[in-house]
Design a protein around this ligand. Structure first.
Ligand code: FES
Length: 170
């Protein structure tokens, strides 16, 4: 009779090693998405209504305009242990409040540099412009964001935020 214990042991170790990384069935990246209700939120709704497939890692927070999204919201998400954040609004020039997304674009361009300066990978923060008619684009944006966030692994800058998520801190 063939002895398979060594093979089984190897498979178990391999599964455990994979389980500690993002992107496996056991561990998925956790990403918050702040969406303007007039465009990106409606685009996400269209993607859902059209049954477009995209990764389920995103948790959506609806805002009245992308300009309502304070950089401290993004900071708090990372501090609480989320792996990435997406901010999405109307295309430049199409903000319902005229110039809101121009402020957003400038604010988060500076905020992104600040994140990089303090050593947080830029892959953890994303911005996009998605209209209410762009369900396909929304699905594509989510795929790209999830791929980028998972490429840099779990958020280990704020170990306190990861204490209770079962992933550990090392
Ligand atoms: S209303 Fe959508 S970005 Fe301002």
């Amino acid at each position: 009779m063939k002895d398979t214990s060594s093979v089984e042991m190897k498979n178990t170790t391999s599964t455990e090693e994979k389980g500690s990384e993002l992107g496996t069935p056991k561990e998925k990246a956790k990403i918050a998405a702040f969406l303007c209700k007039w465009c990106s939120y409606a685009g996400a709704d269209l993607a859902g209504g059209s049954r477009r497939k995209y990764p389920p890692n995103i948790r959506i927070i609806r805002t009245p305009c992308s300009a309502r999204i304070n950089p401290l919201f993004v900071w708090k998400c990372l501090e609480e242990g989320l792996d990435g954040v997406l901010v999405s609004g109307c295309h430049p020039g199409e903000c319902h409040y005229t110039e809101g997304n121009y402020h957003t674009r400038r604010t988060f361009a500076v905020f992104r540099k600040l994140l990089e300066y303090i050593g947080i990978e830029p892959e953890r923060f994303h911005m996009s412009w998605v209209s209410a008619a762009e369900g396909d684009k929304w699905a594509e944006v989510v795929k790209q964001v999830v791929k980028a966030v998972e490429s840099v692994g779990p958020n280990r800058y704020f170990p306190k935020g990861n204490e209770n998520d079962g992933r550990g801190t090392s």
